[in-house]
Design a protein around this ligand. Structure first.
Ligand code: G16
Length: 545
């Protein structure tokens, strides 16, 4: 065991979901080690009685995943951990890691991922810690880790050969047990416990066609095992199914911009019945019907309204939670069901307390994340399987299910516009001006709408009372429209401005417009109120979802 002298490295502050940086930064001298030591310093590798703790370790397989895993294992051993459960090849999807943490009642886990960000020698890498409940560390814990990074003077590491992570079974590393497990089997069993696999098998046997784009990222082996092997979807249903260190050059972010090939197929002449994609680490999902895109906010609402059709949710939902920028479509479902609803800041970690306390069963975000209390992360394949289960029971197309939904609840037209890699000082200046203008906005007329309220979202956790401020600037209009401005907390280059746009149509008319057309006045108002072009030099977003 070696104790290595080190010094603080600036900028190791975890963002929305862990520490994400360019890979060369993470590969820099002491960078990974400083952060991992800070994790162990905060959470402890031993219990109070001195017994070593057990952790889960895995990642999305991106470039540096394998090397980082060996470093983390040697540091876990040197810090006194008793056992680490590792996915074979150091691979685990984020929801599968969350499940393993819970299933084995471990003391938490380290997940190596930069999620939907591209991977490769010049792209992104990330590390985050998940708590014993399987969920991302809350802000109080990540802040403590950050504080350790600014005062760190040494880290502990074992000098040892690599553990052969390709071989499933028990290994030993300096007295610590390393259990290498199949990344897929426990997760697949969990899915089988929640959904009616017999009904899904019958649907596929009856000719139902699906396309699943795993984007050369971690869900490939999971999707092939579950969809093709267990459910009988045609061989080749899953494309880009082999995880690659650079995701085959793809940007593994399942949205209409980056999963364009899937969109083209689903809107093409021989489109299958159902299309889906997932991201780098398998927690996000995009769902597309034949000729119709399902916005994540609508997906959450449809899943909440129909979840009882799947065996795992037949008792109904306790509550539904959504992040603040997510549309209010799910709120309408919760109100109709007479169950609780919650509005949290962006970041899956904010759902953890609600799920643990049994207040919410299903959660979701506009950023292509949906999940339930089966794990403490959002879960791409879970959402896709719940959609399939609903389709199998209702025997309708995705388009018809959406139309029925809007007819019943009205439609929350929704879109997000992203302006990427803006100079940080310009983005900060825009927000300073915007915040300063908030008090004067109520009553203002713009684009035929009247501002009814404007604020900077703050959240008080109803379970532990913790308060999170400055979580996004909201401008609400008297007709139910809304604009939200936020800076992304997951980017690694400059600032990414996210503008979230929403407008409600009660129906029965005007429910089938193109979202960008329906939102045009809200988009114009968003530009005018924040002076986006004047501040950032951009008039058009890079990504529209
Ligand atoms: C993470 C968080 C999500 C969040 C998303 C986008 O997802 O877990 O809760 O909605 O980032 O965050 P931001 O708008 O700050 O970029 P993932 O899939 O990247 O882990």
């Amino acid at each position: 065991m070696t104790t290595v002298q080190t010094a603080p490295i600036a900028g190791q502050k975890p963002g929305t979901s862990g520490l994400r940086k360019k890979t060369p930064v993470f590969m820099g001298r002491h960078y990974l080690e400083n952060f991992v030591q800070s994790i162990f310093d905060v959470v402890g590798a031993r219990h109070a009685d001195g017994a070593g703790k057990t952790f889960v370790l895995g990642g999305d397989g991106r470039y540096f995943n394998d090397r980082a895993a060996q470093v983390i294992l040697r540091m876990a051993a040197a810090n006194g951990a008793a056992r680490v459960i590792v996915g074979q090849g150091a691979i685990l999807s984020t929801p599968a890691a969350s499940h393993l943490i819970r299933l084995n009642q471990t003391d938490g886990g380290i997940i190596m991922s930069a999620s939907h960000n591209p991977g490769g020698p010049q792209e992104d890498f990330g590390v985050k810690f998940n708590m014993p409940n399987g969920g991302p560390a809350p802000e109080g814990v990540t802040e403590a880790m950050f504080q350790r990074t600014v005062e760190i003077t040494e880290y502990r590491i074992l000098e040892a050969h690599d553990v052969d992570l390709s071989r499933i079974g028990r290994h030993e590393l300096g007295g610590m047990i390393v259990d290498v497990v199949d990344p897929v089997s426990d997760y697949a069993a969990l899915m089988e416990s929640l959904f009616d696999f017999a009904a899904l098998r019958a649907m596929f046997a009856g000719g139902f066609r699906m396309r699943m784009d795993s984007m050369c990222a971690v869900t490939g082996p999971y999707a092939v095992q579950i969809l093709e092997s267990r459910l009988g979807a045609a061989k080749g249903t899953v494309i880009n199914a082999t995880p690659l260190p650079d995701f085959g050059g793809m940007h593994p972010d399942p949205n209409p911009t980056w999963a364009k090939a899937l969109m083209d197929e689903m809107f093409g002449p021989d489109a299958p019945d159902f299309g889906a994609a997932s991201d780098g680490d398998g927690d996000r999902n995009m769902v597309v019907g034949r000729g119709i895109y399902v916005s994540p906010s609508d997906s959450l609402a449809v899943l909440a309204a129909n979840a009882h059709l799947a065996p795992g949710y037949k008792a109904g939902l306790k509550g539904v939670a959504r992040s603040m920028p997510t549309s209010a479509a799910a709120d309408r479902v919760a109100d109709a069901l007479g169950i609780a609803r919650y509005e949290t800041p962006t970041g899956w970690k904010f759902f953890g307390n609600l799920l643990d306390a049994g207040r919410a069963t299903i959660c979701g975000e506009e950023s292509f994340g949906t999940g339930s209390d089966h794990v403490r992360e959002k879960d791409g394949l879970w959402a896709i399987l719940l959609w399939l289960n609903i389709l199998a029971v209702r025997k309708q197309s995705v388009a018809d299910i959406l139309k029925d939904h809007w007819a019943k609840y009205g439609r929350n037209y929704y879109s997000r516009h992203d302006f990427e890699a803006i100079a940080t000082d310009r983005a900060d200046a825009m927000f300073a001006a915007l915040r300063a203008s908030l008090a004067g906005l109520p009553g203002r007329q713009i684009e035929g709408m009247t501002v009814s309220a404007a604020d900077d979202f703050a959240y008080t956790d109803p379970v532990d009372g913790s308060v999170s401020t400055k979580q996004g600037v909201r401008v609400m209009f008297s007709d139910g429209s809304r604009i939200v401005y936020r800076l992304s907390g997951t980017g690694t280059e400059g600032a990414t401005l996210r503008v979230y746009l929403e407008r409600y149509a009660a129906g029965p008319d005007g429910l089938d417009l193109d979202a960008q057309v329906a939102l045009a006045p809200v988009i114009r108002a968003a530009h005018a109120l924040a002076g986006i072009t004047a501040h950032t030099g951009r008039s058009e977003p890079e990504v529209i979802t």
